[in-house]
Design a binder for this molecule. Structure first.
Ligand code: FAD
Length: 478
């Protein structure tokens, strides 16, 4: 008989959270801390969504998405998780760029960037200061018509090298392009520039286990291998979810599943106004990515000057479409030195990331897909040779993940790494106006994606639910 992953689960909860990405877990934790009866349902056998890890023979542990996030994570983790989690967040010291236009190493903060822009790039300090102040002053309610390209043209006309320095890491960090609204750039860039780039020391396995412990401590009923099939609606309100052959009643559902799957698969378009359906259909997904996970031989490592994050490219010019091309010219290497996991086996791991189009990886035969993955590993090793000499002899494990891999493990439509483009945020926020008690918390709108963005969005949505449930009229029976 198959195992019952819902054994002992109640028939009714105040809130059901679908998905255990950072957004879903954060929302669940806050709600439980507020005294609500919360059920968290995850379809995979592991928690974390894209923020997870995997193990390979000989004890290699690879982090899927631990490349870097802004300092704001410290505050968010302290407030909404625990001091222990916040205290494990550490800064990456060496962010390196190497491309035909420039090679440099930076701490990736405002002070160092101001220095680089004025000395190496010869920009007037007043212009640099005005640019930083403008970017930092941007917020959600600003003009959404101005694009990032227009913002750069205003401050650095004709300076493709400056645009590359300022934009390449952000394109990598959330898939945004020069055509996206400037506010999405300004908010994310300023978050990083406040203090630099940070990661979680101990690895994603330590983080997610600490989050699981905290959720359970606060009373969240956490269930894995629970693939939610449907959110049932009665009248204009959420009523229950269908999962693993059971129907669980609830007054509120937070879906951490992809926004489009939430609307079109878990609910169904017939339950929404036609104009909302049109808006939802017009939401563009963000791109996906390919990764190559590599482990060095025991005891072997690379000099620290190699950097922690290395944005390397052989493309003469910076073009966002080139960053997505299957013919890869730009890669970001993350170097995980032994101190990434101080209690680990002292290994050095390297992960290569490249933004990618889903369409380049789907519709391939099994043989073509495998050959394409092999080619990705080989071409990555070719590119790595410049930074890690003789890397082929020094790397004992290498494997690739593609947009199809991400789709498979997280059910993200088209394997999207960062949810949706900007317009997705408005659609996500409008869900409870369409169906009472229906919320979405997860990567969307660029500014609400990435580790920090999704955690913060989980907080916002949890507060919406608290407001909804605390203002709901008390039902009395006679
Ligand atoms: C390769 C890669 C590298 C990245 N690197 C970084 C980085 O360095 N820094 C950074 O800040 N961000 C990074 N990101 C982005 C970041 O990981 C994501 O934005 C963030 O983790 C998404 O969190 P989320 O809450 O939206 O949920 P997700 O992580 O998308 O999780 C959604 C969860 O819902 C579950 N689910 C879906 N449907 C159902 C269902 N029907 N029933 C039950 N469960 C369901 C899924 O299994 C999944 O666990 C990276 C992303 C990728 C792909």
């Amino acid at each position: 008989m198959p195992k019952d992953f819902l054994k002992g689960a109640a028939d009714q909860y105040d809130v059901v959270v679908i998905g255990s990405g950072l957004g879903g877990m954060t929302a669940a934790n806050i709600l439980a801390r507020d005294g609500m009866k919360v059920l968290l349902l995850e379809q995979h056998y592991k928690l974390g969504g894209l923020a997870t890890w995997f193990k390979r023979p000989r004890g290699h542990i690879f982090d899927i998405s631990l490349h870097g996030f802004p300092h704001g994570m410290v505050k968010s983790c302290r407030r909404y998780w625990t001091k222990e989690i916040a205290d494990s967040i550490v800064q990456l010291e060496g962010v390196r760029f190497d491309n035909p236009m420039f090679s440099l190493t930076t701490t990736f903060d405002r002070k160092d960037f101001t220095n680089l822009l004025t000395t190496d790039f010869g920009i007037e300090v007043e212009t640099v200061n005005r640019f930083f102040d403008t970017a930092r002053g941007m917020n959600f309610f600003d003009d959404q018509e101005k694009t990032t390209r227009q913002l750069f043209d205003e401050f650095f006309p004709g300076r493709e090298d400056v645009v590359r320095l300022l934009m390449e890491p952000i394109t990598y960090a959330n898939g945004s392009t020069l055509e996206d609204p400037a506010i999405t750039y300004g908010i994310v860039f300023s978050n990083f520039m406040s203090k630099g780039v940070f990661v979680f020391q101990g690895g994603t396995d330590k983080l997610v286990k600490a989050m699981e412990k905290e959720m359970k401590h606060n009373g969240v009923d956490v269930r894995i291998n629970c693939d939610v099939e449907k959110i049932n609606v009665a009248g204009d309100k959420v009523k229950s979810v269908q999962v693993n052959g059971r129907t669980i009643e609830t007054g509120a559902v937070i879906s951490n599943s992809n926004l489009r799957s939430t609307i079109f698969n878990l609910i169904g378009e017939d339950k929404f106004d036609s104009s909302f359906v049109d808006d939802a259909k017009a939401v563009r997904l963000n791109n996906s990515s390919t990764q190559v996970y590599m482990a060095m031989k025991d005891g072997d490592t690379v000099p620290r000057e190699t950097g922690d994050l290395l944005f390397c490219s052989t493309a003469d010019r910076f073009q966002t479409d080139l960053l997505l091309s299957r013919d890869i010219t730009s890669r970001t290497f993350s170097f995980y030195y032994p101190d990434t996991r101080p209690d680990g086996k002292g290994r050095t791991l390297i992960v290569s990331s490249t933004n990618a189009n889903y369409s380049d990886w789907t519709d391939l035969s099994k043989e073509e897909y495998e050959a394409s993955k092999k080619d990705l590993v080989e071409t990555t090793l070719n590119a790595l040779e410049k930074y890690v000499p003789n890397c082929r002899e020094r790397i004992v494990h290498a494997e690739a993940a593609t947009p199809v891999t991400f789709e498979h493990y997280t059910k993200h439509v088209n394997g999207s790494s960062f949810g949706t483009k900007f317009e997705g945020l408005g659609v996500s926020r409008a869900l409870p106006e369409q169906i009472g008690g229906l919320y979405h918390a997860g990567s969307c709108g660029i500014i609400m994606s990435g580790w920090l963005g999704t955690i913060n969005y989980g907080v916002i949505v949890a507060n919406d639910v608290i407001n909804q449930l605390s203002s709901a009229p008390t039902v009395t029976t006679t």
